[in-house]
Design a protein around this ligand. Structure first.
Ligand SMILES: NC(=O)c1ccc[n+]([C@@H]2O[C@H](COP(=O)([O-])OP(=O)(O)OC[C@H]3O[C@@H](n4cnc5c(N)ncnc54)[C@H](OP(=O)(O)O)[C@@H]3O)[C@@H](O)[C@H]2O)c1
Length: 327
């Protein structure tokens, strides 16, 4: 099969190579001896793949390896316990191996792809939407009627978070860095949009009449203290990632003074050993899809052989919504 491998750690420009390699066996590293084989139509591209071309991500497989954590396609063969069968359209989280014509995923990370979504949207579904639901609901304890502020709101996690928050009955404030990203955040359903380089903290407090209830932060960096200051009493900042490049530090007196929480949300680490949680989150998201709240925005698509361009778009802060490879 055709696949793209990471062959060195010199960054997106040099690390990728189009290769011809054997198809995977129906056995996934998380469920040895068992796995769902998927004929890949579309592969999702995300920040971790950019980091992996530099050896900077926590998952560091030996070289060479096929990167890519999620796919949408058609089931070729299914294992016991899978809710999909051969011939079904599927969205699957395979962790690695997505940039290829055939991928293998654990049964518990395979979800029927509803007719409302095409394959590209399916490749945008698992990582970002499960993370958004996990961060908002399980970690952020979001309740209907609350205000959610979303950093990096036009990105993959950001657009997913805006849609899921709305589906959970929340009102949303998007923080973005450009006109184009403002347009994308509005398309994703943001109630209000603010600029990252403006007075977003004060504006958010005014809009939410005193402070937001939840901040979802995939960006980190210097804006973190203002995220804490933008909360109302009992508010939660949910730490999702650090695209801004630096890991913020919290002066914990701020938590005491204002009775607020900082909560970590590491979706993969949490659900890996809890298939039942993944099944429940998948059902909740299926409802949000059928109710029309979840419609992944695909901002850029590239053929498999141009995977490097896809990674560079993310690396250079140019991506909106989800970036996908057409396989
Ligand atoms: N915790 C988890 O379980 C989990 C799960 C999935 C992803 N993540 C992490 O979440 C983060 C976001 O992923 P994503 O797929 O949403 O990425 P993305 O689509 O590239 O969006 C990231 C956003 O970050 C903002 N940003 C600010 N400074 C940036 C910089 N220097 N370079 C690049 N972007 C910058 C950009 O928004 P503006 O330009 O508007 O500021 C951009 O839209 C990543 O760190 C990823 O690893 C975590």
């Amino acid at each position: 099969m055709r696949a793209v491998q990471i062959v060195n750690l010199n960054g997106p420009d040099e690390a990728l190579e189009l290769v011809d390699i054997p198809e995977p066996e129906p056995s996934h590293m998380m469920t040895p001896g068992s796995g769902v084989l998927v004929e890949v139509k579309s592969a999702g591209v995300s920040f971790p793949e950019v980091l992996q071309t530099r050896g900077q991500y926590q998952v560091k497989p030996p070289l060479p390896f096929v990167p890519g954590s999620e796919v949408a396609g058609v089931v070729r063969s299914a294992s016991d316990g899978a809710v999909v069968k051969p011939g079904d359209r599927v969205a699957a989280f395979c962790m690695l191996g997505a940039f290829a014509e055939v991928a293998v995923a654990p049964a518990y990370f395979c979800f029927p792809l509803p007719d409302e979504l095409d394959f590209e949207q399916g490749a945008a579904l698992v990582l970002n939407y499960h993370t958004a639901y996990f961060a908002l609901k399980l970690r952020g304890r979001l309740a209907s009627g609350e205000w959610v502020l979303v950093h990096g709101a036009a990105g993959g996690v950001g657009t997913a978070t805006l849609q899921v928050a709305r589906g959970l009955g929340a009102r949303t404030i998007a923080v973005v860095s450009s006109d184009e990203k403002e347009r994308v955040a509005r398309e994703a359903g943001a109630d209000e949009v603010l600029r990252a380089d403006g007075q977003w903290k004060d504006a958010a407090k005014e809009i939410s009449d005193g402070g937001v209830d939840v901040v979802i932060d995939p960006v980190g960096g210097e804006r973190f203290t203002d995220s804490l200051r933008s909360l109302r009493e009992g508010g939660r900042v949910v730490v999702v990632g650090f695209t801004g490049g630096s890991i913020p530090e919290v002066r914990v007196n701020r938590l005491l003074l204002n009775n607020v929480d900082v909560v970590g949300a590491g979706w993969g680490a949490y659900v890996m050993s809890k298939p039942q949680v993944t099944a429940e989150n998948g059902k909740a998201l299926a409802r949000l899809i059928s109710d029309g709240f979840v419609r992944p925005l695909v901002g850029a698509r590239y053929p498999l052989e141009q995977a490097a361009e896809a990674l560079k778009l993310i690396d250079e802060r140019g991506a909106t919504g989800k970036v996908v490879l057409e396989v």
